[in-house]
Write a protein that binds this ligand. Sequence first.
Ligand code: ARG
Length: 468
Amino acid sequence: MAQSTGSQKAWGGVFREPTDKRVEAFSQSVSFDKRLADDDIDASIAHAKMLVACGLLTVPEADAIVAGLEEIRVDIAAGRFEFTAAKEDIHLHIESALTAKLGDTGRKLHTARSRNDQVATDLRLYCRRAIDRLDRGLIELQRAFLGLAIREQGLVIPGYTHLRRAQPVLASHQLLAWCEKFARDRERLADCRKRTNILPLGSGAMAGTSLPIDREHVQQSLGFEGLAANSLDGASDRDFVCELAFVLSLAAVHLSQWAEEWILWSTEEFGFLRLPEGFCTGSSIMPQKINPDVLELVRGKSARMIGNVQSLLVLMKGLPTAYNRDLQEDKEAIFDSIDTLEAMLGVAAPLVAGTKFDHTRVAATLERGHLDATSLMEAIIAEGVPQRLAHEAVGHLVRLAMTRNVSLAELSDEEFCREYAGWNGSLRSALGASRAVERMVSFGSTAPALVADQMAVWQRRLDSASEA
Ligand code: ARG
């Protein structure tokens, strides 16, 4: 087969042959890692400033490098920068543009640095910024849920287990459940940020460097919390990428659960919710359709994020110590997870903010399904009846009500007496969906006063989150 002509290698002193064009196309990463440009430039500027402080660059050289890198940053942002597979990745692109501007001064930037510790640093900076953006997105979503919870304060809805009618709850209580889940996602993000916020630069290719560098100098300039303490691990650790992908996928799973619930709740069959029309789509053939496509896509997009976690773990599995080129494959997966969650949050918060409960439809559903059976059972237990007996008695009463197609409250005192000899009229105060809610007392329950407390707690938390 004819040998295709390749390009000159940037660091190719040892080679007698240029890189094969097919290899360039196969191994390039610039098509996707160009989004690390800003982080690469930030890290290079910090590196150059450290090199000058350590006497490895002169002040004029460092000044020229910093100015040149800032020009390159502007050119890239303005779309005036040419990307080519021949230069493999974003790191070589920026360095070669700098060298084109500054000659040998540009060639000094890579002193005491390898692309292995460089890419690890860039990716940590990128992920750290993404974590902060996504955290703000989650706060916005929590605010939207809290806002709806406050607007719907006092509304009782049927609660479900196994998607069967279970016990009545306040709509606000159910909405705050999402705030809890997204709070845990935020905690996980903050925890993952700690391990992301460790500086690998200075690890070199794998063994460190014999040049007199000051890693803490770079750490301070880039705001990292600590230094990777082992150069082999520093240049190759991608735990933070796997962790972040998982944390994001779990947030996406929460979003998918919410989406599914609201798809159901907004059906004609449930009729609990009216979604904002700007967040619904129509059908090309059925003129009456108002479809919840946005919620369906939120549910659906969680799939690729779960897939990305799998890809990353399989990528890492069995890799020998230190940098291996496999690691280049980490980027598309984590970029996709970040982009996808950001897009999901971008539509979820306004969708929640624009949704209304249909009080008439909700009220009509409360009297069906004996949602107050547990409330009655607990009222009987409170009179000293063993739980198993109270459960059985109420079970019989529910069966009777089902047979007659009435609610528990519509049974007569004689009927109640037949199942529970201690029956007295005051037990009727346990019946009805609203009363069942009002009788709750345990911390974390749907008791109106406790839910109101929780709303105040969330209000304070989310107010202070915006100050942070
Ligand atoms: N593009 C590479 C990556 O993303 C950069 C590091 C390459 N290092 C190397 N020795 N080939 O992993």
